[in-house]
Design a protein around this ligand. Structure first.
Ligand code: ZN
Length: 109
């Protein structure tokens, strides 16, 4: 498996340390690339790393080509025609927002 930290050396150092401490066999390459022939290593382990370190807020694991996982910055939802309700934080299409927020108004009245 190849884990691509997208040139983020700091992240890849941290991930190598984490995986090694958890008993996985990994090799660090330049440019934020981590290689592993360890069959026990899965996407779940990377998700767990992101959760444990709190990076899950900014980063996500994206499966790419066969055996390649990319750890990249999350794409903000707002850029894709989605908006977040300022009252409850619910994510929906932009055109639904007015009706949704109005529903809050009625509910709160
Ligand atoms: Zn709402």
């Amino acid at each position: 498996m190849i884990i691509d930290c997208a040139y983020d050396e700091k992240l890849s150092d941290e991930l190598v340390k984490y995986l090694t401490e958890n008993g996985f066999q990994v090799i660090k390459d330049p440019d934020g690339i981590i290689r592993s022939k360890d069959v026990a290593l899965t996407k779940d382990d990377l998700d767990l790393f992101l959760k444990k370190t709190g990076k899950i807020k900014e980063l996500q694991v994206i499966p790419s080509e066969k055996n390649v996982l990319i750890i990249a910055t999350k794409i903000p939802i707002e850029g894709f025609g989605f908006v977040r309700c300022s009252i409850c934080g619910f994510v929906m299409y932009e055109e639904e927002l007015m009706v949704h927020e109005r529903a809050h108004g009625i509910f709160l009245a």
